[in-house]
Each structure stands twice: as C-alpha cells, then as structure tokens.
Design a protein around this ligand. Structure first.
Ligand code: ZN
Length: 694
C-alpha cells in the first residue's frame, strides 16, 4: 500500500466509513484500486476454487467488501452531498463498477463451481441459509443467461441488447410526447377554484416555455400552461371547472406516445415477442413464469387468485363511489352524465366536503423530536430493542446528520444507523429512502454489524422551533424505518442474504408497510403528538379525518391498481404476441371489467406504461398489492390479538422480529411469513383495513 492509498478514506475496510473525510478527488484512485484488486482476486478464485463453502462462496462474497467501503459511500454522497466534482468522479467510475459486477455475475468458472457445489456431496452439510446463498447466485446467473452456450447464448445476448434499446426508446417517446403537449390558458375565469400552487406551477411552466420577447406570466394573471406532468396534470383535473378543457387534457393524457413520431405501439408488440423468445431460451413457458421464479408469489395462479380475492369485494364499493360522485355532480349542476374527465374533479369536491384538512394544520402537532421518540418507543415496545443517539466522534457529511446505536434486550449493540432528516435542495435528492451502509458479515472471523441510512427531506428547524412534520412525512419516516429495522435486526452473517439483501422483490415492502400501519393506531399516533406552541395532543376530530382519508374511495383506488396489475399479468402470460388480438385489446377488456365507466375508445394508456415496458415491473406490477396484502395481514395478527393487549403485542412483536426482521433474505419469504403468521397470507386484513368488507 502506498502512502497515498493509506490516507484515502475510501480504502479502509473496518469501522464506519469516515464520511466527513471523503473528497471527490479520493474517488477515482480508490475505486480504480478496489476494482483492480477485485479483478485480481476473481481471477485467482476462478483458477483455484474448490466447490465448497470455504473454497468458493466465502471468498466470492468477500469480493464485494472493497466496494462496500469504497463505492457505496460515493453513491450515498451523490444523493445527499452532490457537487459537480463528485458527480464527475462518480460518472467516470460508474461504468467500470457496472462492468465489474457483470464480470463477477457472468463468470462461467464461478457458475460451474456453484453448480458443482450444489450437486456434490458437500451440499448436504450446508445450513439452510448457506444453501440459499448458493441457490440465489445460481438463479441470478441463470436468469442472466450464464448457463447458455453456442447459438442460444448468442441469440440471448442479441435479444437483451435489443430489449434494452427498445426500453430506452419507449421511455424517450413518452417523455417527448408528453413534452410536446401543453394547454395555454389565458382567460382568468378558467382558473377559478384553482389552488395557489397550481397557478404558480403553471405560470412558471409558461415562463420556461415562452418565446423570447413574450411577456412574463404571473400566478395571478397568467397565462397558465398546463402540461401532462403529474404536478400539473393532476391538480388541473382536480380543480379545473372548465369541463371542455378537462376533456381535452384527459384525452391528451391517455393518448401519450400512441401516434406520429413517438408511437410506442410497435415497440409494445416487439417487446412482448422478444421477452417470450428470451425466456424460452431459459426453458420458461412465459415471461410471467420467469418473473415469478425470482419472487415470493409461488406462481401465476396464486397472483390471479389474489386479483380475484381483492376485486370481487372491491368492485361493489367502486360502484358505490361512482354513484356518490354522480349524485354530487348532479347537485353541483352538471347536466351531462359523468365521464372520465369528471372523476378527479368531483372526487376532490367530495373529499373537501367530508374531511378537508391541510398539511399546515397538522404540522404543529408533529415536532420531529417528539415523533422520533414515539417511533423509538414503539420499536422498543414491539421488538425489545432500544435506540440511542450516539453522535460523539462519528464522522458525518453534514452537521445535521444524527447517528444512532441499536441495542438488544441485554444492552449489546446489534446495529446502528444514520438519520439525515432535513431537506437541503442544493445538494440532496428529494424524497425519502433507506439504504444499506455496511452489511452484516464475517471478515476474518470478526463480525461486522449492519449499518443503514435513513434519509428524509423534512423542513429544517427554524430558530427555536424544531422541524415540524406533515402527516405524510411521519408515515414515510415509519415506512423507511421499517426497511431500516429489517436491515438492522438481521441475525444472518452472510452479506448476500443479510438484512434486506436477497429478499424477494414482492416481499421487500412487508416490514416497511407494516410499520406504516401504526400511524393509524390512535394511541400510538396521538401519543407522539404535542403542539409546538401549546403542547396539546392531536385533537380527536383531526385524527378521525386522517383515518377517514385513508379509506376514501378505497374501492376505486383498488380497482385502478388491479387494472394495471391484471393487464400486466395477462400480457406476459396468456397473451400471444403473434396472434390476432393486440395488447390494446387485452387492456380494453381488463379495463372494461375493472372500471365502472368503460374506457374511452381513444385510450392508449399502455403506450405510456413505463413501469412494465421500460422499468423493472414486467409481470411484477402485482407486487404492489402483494406486499400490501402481506403487511396488512401481518398487522392483522396484532389487531386480532388486540392492539391494547400489552402481552399479546409484545409476544407478536418478538415473533415478527425473530422471523421477518431477523431472517430477512435468509429463507424463502413464504416460509418466513408462514412462521410468523402460522399460515399463508390472506387478503382479508387488507380488505378490512380499507373498509372493503361488508
Ligand atoms: Zn419502501
């Protein structure tokens, strides 16, 4: 090691990453060195491996340690302390890191070694968790075509290349087609009833798009420019009183990328054809079979059963929702029958009538320190662990970042996390997320404890006043902390499957959404409120409104998600891309059954369905609902036992900790869930919590 590398903070391999010391100029030399070392070790392993746990899998997992300390902090800083220099260094190294990951995953000697281990005599002596590490590595390699040879291999690579080009074009068409549309409103009368934010957003949009020399728009007097971006489109549909303009914007929205130079229709057909051919090479019947092979859901039939179980009770509620809107529209003077472009508008009127409250009304009740105390107290009550602030001496990237240690019932440290709570628009990405910092693993016999990041974008404290959270921010914090708990309370020592690693995609939101449920439990929620000026807890009527808002139009919302999920599954399973029926026919048929109003003839929603044609949700859109079913059902166990029954809550909490949180990716999620719940998941709790059971 040279003097330069010795002082490079990205080259350490122990303790916490020294975030405060990392500079952009450290990145390129450190990552170059890490990748070179990884390549050397990989080559060595390829030559010398023996198909045993110690002779192959342990050194294989250790290949990632350098990147854990040398690259993960870079990715993290890119999101929370972005700068031009950092971005440049990151972008310079990213392709090399991706290539290195692919090199490991596509190594034929490693793959053959893993298969030999699975087929050899040493297999029987491995533990369940060890077997799973090997199985997941083999599965991922096979899905990436590593097992193929000759012509099949070549064709596979060709297909992958074309699919990835199509996905990029698909996405670009959606963007360009959306960008090309705008409705310019000049008559102030047409903006009557608009919220302030919509006026501001649309005046700003006008100014950004206007020709040089055109007069500036102002929020008060326009002109206003409505686009198909969600923050413009959706509030417009909710608040515009001009029905004809609503119709125009709606039709533009459902026909995005469906004609002219950005037409995605042929790309949809081509994608579905290529996907089917690709998975055929891997010996799967359909793309859905392939997708589900790496998921918790046991098969297409199980997913379809979930769709049925959710839609039969939800559809009558969706009909009732529709009738309510119809009545309200008639009352409000609309003569024409309800059309698609009326739904958001009247739903918003109904919401205002029933339980209007604003974030600003709620914020004073949720000072962040109080919310954190409540969250940590709940964590203690459920899982027996204590959370303790422990900033002293920990190197961080911003002085507002807090560091916490998590201790078990004996007081022994089991994990820790960073909380980066406040927004910093100049350098930090929006939203909230949980990310791994260090995995739980053994290195030279020594146990590395897991460390995670919890990142939010709350309002920073002003003067003496603490950060005040909206209810949505509280819910999000609980969500991310649920992920964090699964990352931290893992008892698995193999980094591949420790914490949230290796958890099947459709099960990953179980712990997070489970924690969200507690935000609707009155004593828990009210217990962590104290008005910033008066100290008063959240008043009952506000709690009731929050609760009612959760199930508002739940039947309609459920059916909308089912429309997307069922369409996705049909297209990737029964549908024959070479047959007479088109993908649009499939969507139309599904939409006619899942909507009270049949879709308009012009509807080409599929042409903008990035999730499944340009994102990772192909034959996976169902995962949203699958995970909701799991988390609701897990919470249902607590409801059934009685949320005020201290002993029952405590026992169930420990069981949740010892199964879902402790085992994470260490076992198949269906087995883990069954151990917690005593049976397979049921849709009943979700339907009940959504008010959809009669
Ligand atoms: Zn999540």
């Amino acid at each position: 090691m040279t003097a330069q590398t010795a002082s490079n903070p990205l080259l350490r391999r122990e303790g916490l990453p020294p975030f405060g010391e990392i500079r952009p100029e450290h990145i390129v030399p450190a990552v170059e060195e890490v990748l070179a070392e990884r390549e050397r070790r990989l080559e060595e392993l390829e030559k010398s491996l023996t198909p045993t746990w110690e002779g192959l899998v342990e050194p294989l997992m250790l290949l990632d340690l350098g990147l854990e300390y040398g690259w993960r902090p870079v990715k993290h800083l890119l999101h929370v302390k972005n700068s031009e220099a950092l971005r440049e260094a990151h972008d310079a190294m990213l392709p090399k890191v991706v290539a290195s990951d692919l090199r490991v995953q596509q190594s034929r000697p490693i793959y053959e070694g893993l298969v030999a281990l699975k087929e050899g005599s040493a297999w029987a002596s491995l533990s369940g968790a060890q077997k799973r590490v090997v199985d997941l590595r083999i599965r991922d390699a096979q899905h990436a075509g590593v097992g193929l040879t000759g012509d099949a291999k070549e064709r596979f690579i060709e297909i992958e290349k074309e699919l990835s080009q199509i996905a990029t074009s698909f996405q670009n068409h959606v963007l360009d087609s959306k960008k090309a549309y705008a409705l310019i409103i000049t008559d102030k009368a047409d903006t009557e009833g608009w919220p302030e934010t919509l006026r501001a957003v649309s005046a700003q949009s006008y100014n950004q798009a206007k020709e040089e020399g055109d007069p500036d728009a102002t929020p008060e007097s326009g002109p206003w420019r409505i686009t198909l971006d969600f923050p413009s489109f959706y509030p417009f549909m909710q608040h515009s009183r001009n029905r004809e303009q609503r119709r125009e914007v709606y039709l533009a929205y459902v026909t995005v990328a469906s004609s002219g130079e950005w037409n995605n229709s042929d790309l949809i057909a081509r994608t579905l054809t290529l996907r089917r051919e690709k998975v055929g090479l891997l010996d799967f019947g359909t793309y859905a079979d392939f997708s589900l092979d790496a998921k918790m859901a046991p098969g297409v039939a199980a997913v379809e059963k979930m769709f049925d179980d959710l839609s039969s009770p939800s559809m009558p509620h969706a009909r009732k929702d529709f009738e309510e809107l119809q009545a309200l529209a008639a009352e409000g003077g609309q003569k024409e029958p309800l059309a698609h472009w009326d739904l958001a508008f009247w739903a918003e009127r109904l919401r205002e009538k029933r339980f209007d409250y604003t974030d600003e009304q709620l914020r004073p009740y949720f000072p962040m320190p109080r919310v954190l105390d409540g969250l940590f107290a709940l964590t203690n009550r459920l899982f027996g662990v204590t959370v303790e602030q422990s900033d002293g001496g920990v190197s961080v990237w911003n002085p507002d970042v807090r560091y916490f240690v998590v201790r078990d019932e004996e007081g022994k440290q089991v994990a820790s996390f960073y909380l980066d709570a406040y927004t910093r628009p100049a350098e930090k990405r929006g939203g909230a997320w949980m990310d791994d910092c260090l995995d739980r693993r053994r290195v030279d016999g020594k146990l590395h404890l897991p460390v995670v990041h919890v990142t939010c974008n709350g309002t920073p404290p002003v003067g003496e006043k603490p950060s005040l959270m909206s209810f949505g921010e509280v819910e999000t914090l609980f969500h991310e902390f649920g992920h964090a708990l699964q990352g931290m309370l893992t008892t698995i020592d193999y980094s591949d499957i420790a914490g949230t690693n290796g958890v099947e995609w459709d099960a990953i939101e179980l712990a997070s959404q489970f924690m969200e449920n507690w935000c609707y439990h009155k004593p828990t929620l009210v217990g962590m409120t104290a008005h910033v000026d008066t100290g008063e807890p959240l008043p009952d009527d506000l709690f009731e409104k929050i609760k009612a808002a959760r199930t508002f139009r739940a039947g309609s919302n459920m059916m909308r998600q089912l429309e997307f999920g069922i369409t996705d599954m049909r297209l990737h399973h029964e549908f024959d891309p070479g047959g007479a029926e088109t993908a649009f026919d499939v969507h139309r048929e599904v939409a006619s059954k899942t909507n009270v109003l049949p879709p308009v003839d012009e509807n080409r929603f599929l042409c903008a369905f990035n999730h499944i044609f340009a994102g990772p949700y192909a034959a996976g859109y169902y995962s949203y609902k699958w995970a909701e079913v799991l988390s609701a059902d897990a919470f249902g166990a607590f409801e059934e036992a009685g949320l005020e029954n201290e002993k029952a809550v405590r026992d169930l909490g420990r069981r949740f900790r010892d199964t879902v949180l402790a085992e994470g990716g260490g076992r198949h999620p269906m087995d883990v869930f069954r151990d917690f719940r005593g049976r397979e998941p049921s849709t009943e709790a979700l339907l009940r919590q959504n008010g959809l059971l009669d």
